[in-house]
Write a protein that binds this ligand. Structure first.
Ligand code: MG
Length: 264
């Protein structure tokens, strides 16, 4: 009798958890090309890379919100663009010491865990475009950061939301090694589309002028079915150029303006 009850509870709980998983994985990314660069911070005066800027990108239904990941001296993954936070070098400072300083809107410096959890909540539209910064200490540390980041997305059941980007090619190769189905885009324009394809990278995210100076790269990317992204496109005329050229993603500090241009 007791065994039967345990079995029933087990079946119900397995059923519930798989239903919950199915719900949380159900997402239809917004059908626009707008990637909010460091979140949608500018219009509302939010700090870059804050949870408020991520939530605003989700509220605008951008197809993606970008952010930067670094690792503290005691191995905490945090969200910050610059190598320094309030004059403290992140890679050489413990997390607790960074917490002494708040962001300008009163938020604490977000950890990657907190950022992913905020990115899962009430999000039916927006990819998490996760830039892993190269380590200033050594390449090996960059490899370790890459593994830890992928593990965390897996742990939090958020792999379906993430696109990884990096200036460190080996970080992207490490990510593919750990998770062969990961979406990856390379940021430094020193690799051809042929090379990206050969190495299993799924897209290019190059500087505006890389494409304008070498428009033949655009056709090459399309031929190889690589995802095309560009940074950082803030002027209306440039936005129109990338829209006309059929870019999958356009990374911008002005997501509302880009959404307007796309309407036209
Ligand atoms: Mg970035």
């Amino acid at each position: 009798m007791k065994a039967k009850a345990v079995l029933i509870i087990l079946i119900i709980s397995v059923g519930c958890s798989s239903a919950k998983k199915a719900v949380s994985n159900k997402i239809t990314f917004a059908e626009n090309s707008v990637i909010a660069h460091r979140g949608a911070w500018k219009q509302n005066g939010f700090p870059q890379n804050s949870i408020a800027s991520l939530q605003q990108a989700i509220a605008l239904k951008c197809t993606g919100s970008e952010f930067d990941v670094r690792m503290t001296a005691d191995d905490t993954l945090v969200i910050n663009h610059d190598p320094h936070y309030n004059n403290l070098e992140i890679e050489k400072t413990n997390y607790a010491d960074l917490l002494a300083f708040k962001l300008s809107n009163g938020e604490k410096l977000p950890t990657l865990r907190e950022y992913i959890l905020a990115g899962i909540e009430n999000n039916q539209s927006t990819r998490l475009v996760c830039e892993i910064k190269p380590s200033g200490i050594n390449k090996e540390r960059g490899q370790r950061i890459a593994t830890k980041v992928v593990d965390l997305f897996r742990q939090l059941n958020a792999q379906h939301l993430v696109v990884y980007i990096s200036f460190d090619y080996d970080i992207l190769k490490k990510i593919i090694g750990v998770n062969p189905t990961a979406k990856t885009q390379y940021l430094e324009d020193n690799k051809s589309m042929d090379q990206l394809k050969a190495d299993g990278i799924t897209g290019a995210d190059y500087f505006i002028w890389s494409y304008k100076d070498h428009p033949e790269m655009i056709e090459s990317a399309k031929t190889h079915q690589l995802t095309l992204n560009a940074w950082t496109v803030n002027e209306a005329a440039d936005m129109d150029w990338f829209i006309t050229n059929g870019f999958d993603f356009i990374t911008t500090d002005e997501p509302a303006l880009l959404l307007e241009r796309l309407q036209k």
